[in-house]
Design a protein around this ligand. Structure first.
Ligand code: ZN
Length: 80
């Protein structure tokens, strides 16, 4: 089977992201629920922008957020 590489860092992974970026992606999705409650109106793009601007966020999270914005990838794709 052909190995897949992470769309962001080109490390070998199982899906479109490597394990580090996949973990960051998962956290981003999880946190969005709480942020939406706190901000009442917060779009996915606004949320991602805030993540990038927040100095407390790690580089993995910021890289994933930037990638999602650049690809205009929505949470909807992975919604259950
Ligand atoms: Zn990666």
């Amino acid at each position: 089977m052909k190995e897949k590489v992470c769309e962001i860092c080109k490390r070998v992974g199982k899906g479109i992201f490597c394990e580090y970026h996949a973990k960051a992606y998962y956290n981003i999705i999880e946190q969005y629920k709480y942020w939406k409650e706190a901000y009442e109106e917060l779009t996915w793009e606004e949320y991602l922008t805030k993540l990038i601007e927040n100095p407390e966020n790690g580089k993995w999270v910021k890289e994933v957020a930037k990638y999602l914005i650049s690809k205009k990838m929505g949470r909807v794709v992975y919604d259950d």
